[in-house]
Design a protein around this ligand. Structure first.
Ligand SMILES: Cc1cc2nc3c(=O)[nH]c(=O)nc-3n(C[C@H](O)[C@H](O)[C@H](O)COP(=O)(O)OP(=O)(O)OC[C@H]3O[C@@H](n4cnc5c(N)ncnc54)[C@H](O)[C@@H]3O)c2cc1C
Length: 487
């Protein structure tokens, strides 16, 4: 069974226990929880689309570890083309869900880093981590499991090294070495999709010095192992899903729109030796972390370009709905948004195209282009959100709820006064505004109010154009005098 269906993935989760707390409550049926199910639906797409002719070339790949095709999220990049495909796949997949598939995507970056670094550790120390790792990876491929990538420790005092912390558990570490394996304690923070993954691949979070070698560990662990506890995220937009009477129109992206990160606590968790891939080789911690980070930054650019594409689509619809398809300042803003995201995407493709082989055979993208692309991707999302607020208008702050819309006493007012262009449904205007609100990540009116309160930015630009024209004569006069122009 090398490719599972989406249904098999979800059925598999139902057979796994989790200790999880959501909004302060211990939850047993996490699979059907309204704040978790959307994440499962996004990750399920990575299974479903493997059978879709449009996606299968991107999502399915032959493995050199097992017979037959496997899911690409469980593979190592062995060429420049593989690296390019990594970026392109996310650019195509993200607009399908508009959320996050971290339970597979971050895992692939951890897989890649561990594959290369275990090879390098063995070369120096004569250990057999690489063979162990490949055996584990073959099992993941055979069973087509969702693997999350766990790197970020809780870290406490950031000015101190792991071994200098007041609480030794601030970084995940080994508390017991046994004949059959190790026992680990600590936590990994902000773990995308960890709750809905089948397996976790855990790496160190930063450079470890020889004095802190107990923190230089990498291992894999099945997600239902006793001692693993999740405290699940509660961003404002997601919490709306818990509101009595809230409906699908209120979430912007009802089916998929939850990120799904958790604080994952390892309360004395046992890891057998065959799943340990680094043990106290502190001198390889930098390599493992940097390879993970570089791969994840590369993938991020495809994902964020996909998000920008959806935001662009939503903004174009929003302006169509209010009859402004020809307004030139709106088109300038849309082009700026597009340029912002294409710059990051193109830079990431360039980084992948300049990828090079490591001794293990795994390929790495160019380091400076990858980091520049990631910085530009983050800037694109932030700047595009501001531009989208401007384009979306004040409705983004005052969108009626589904309950308002369904209330017969006020529906007609909403329909009449939030109407856009004749012939356009008010409900569609409400729906696209909610999607923009979701994509902008707006949880308070402050950012939008700062942009739109007192009139949208174009109105201030109009006034500036007027006053600039009024003062132009004097300004040009001063310039002529200083330049010695007499006529
Ligand atoms: C939604 C989301 C999903 C994520 N998913 C994953 C995941 O799937 N897997 C995973 O492993 N991680 C994940 N992360 C974690 C992410 O990698 C970290 O948030 C990031 O590395 C920053 O770490 P931090 O959150 O501890 O920030 P902090 O360390 O609290 O940073 C706060 C500020 O302090 C600065 N700072 C920190 N340390 C120092 C220092 N020593 N010297 C000077 N300045 C310093 C930082 O630059 C930053 O400006 C996710 C994060 C988010 C928000």
């Amino acid at each position: 069974m090398a490719l599972r269906t989406a249904e098999e993935y979800i059925k598999g989760l139902r057979n796994q226990n989790r200790e999880v707390y959501i909004h302060g409550e211990k939850v047993t049926n996490y699979v059907d929880h309204p704040c978790v199910r959307p994440v499962i639906e996004s990750v399920a797409l990575t299974f479903e689309k493997a059978f879709d002719p449009e996606f299968e070339n991107w999502l399915v790949k032959d493995s050199d570890l097992v017979k037959g095709p496997v899911n690409r999220f469980l593979t190592v990049h062995k060429s420049q083309d593989d690296l390019v495909s990594r970026v392109q796949l996310l650019k195509m997949l993200t607009p399908q869900h508009g959320a996050c598939v971290g339970a597979r995507c971050v895992g692939q970056d951890a897989i890649h880093a561990a594959y290369i670094t275990t090879y390098d550790i063995d070369k120096k120390y004569g250990t057999n981590y690489h063979e162990r790792f490949c055996k584990w990876l073959a099992e993941m491929q055979e069973k087509d499991l969702a693997v999350s990538g766990m790197v970020t420790d809780s870290k406490a005092d950031r000015s101190l090294r792991p071994e200098e912390q007041e609480d030794p558990d601030s970084y995940l570490h080994v508390v017991q070495e046994r004949k059959d394996g190790i026992v680990v304690r600590g936590a990994k923070a902000h773990q995308s999709g960890a709750l809905v993954a089948d397996e976790h691949l855990v790496l160190p979070t930063e450079t470890i010095r020889p004095e802190g070698k107990q923190y230089a560990i990498a291992f894999a662990v099945p997600a239902d192992t006793p001692g693993i506890i999740h405290i699940y995220e509660s961003p404002a937009g997601t919490v709306r899903r818990l509101l009595p009477g809230a409906g699908e129109m209120d979430f912007g992206n009802a089916t998929y729109g939850v990120h799904g990160a958790s604080l994952v606590i390892f309360n004395d968790v046992f890891i057998p030796w065959e799943r340990v891939f680094m043990y106290q080789e502190a001198d390889f911690s930098t390599e493992m972390v940097e390879y993970f980070a570089r791969m994840h930054r590369l993938a991020f650019c495809g994902c964020k370009a996909g998000h920008c594409d959806i935001l662009l689509g939503a903004c174009m619809l929003a302006v169509e709905y209010i009859g402004l398809t020809k307004a030139s300042h709106i088109w300038e803003k849309l082009v700026t948004m597009f340029q912002n995201s294409e710059l990051s995407y193109g830079c990431a493709i360039g980084a992948a195209r300049l990828g090079y082989a490591t001794p293990s055979g795994g390929y790495m993208p160019d380091v400076s282009l990858t980091n520049a692309a990631k910085l530009q991707g983050g800037r694109a999302v932030a700047e595009n959100a501001n531009l989208a607020m401007d384009i979306g208008g004040g409705l983004l702050c005052t969108i009626p709820t589904q309950k308002d819309w369904e209330n017969g006493e006020i529906r007609e007012y909403i329909n009449k006064y939030f109407r856009g262009k004749a012939g356009i449904s008010t409900e569609n205007r409400i729906r696209i505004s909610r999607l923009i609100e979701y994509l902008m990540g707006q949880s308070s009116v402050i950012p939008a109010e700062s942009i739109l309160g007192g009139g949208p930015p174009e109105t201030q630009r109009v006034m500036l154009r007027v006053t600039l024209r009024q003062r132009a004569g004097w300004m040009k006069e001063r310039a002529k005098v200083l330049a010695g122009i007499k006529e």
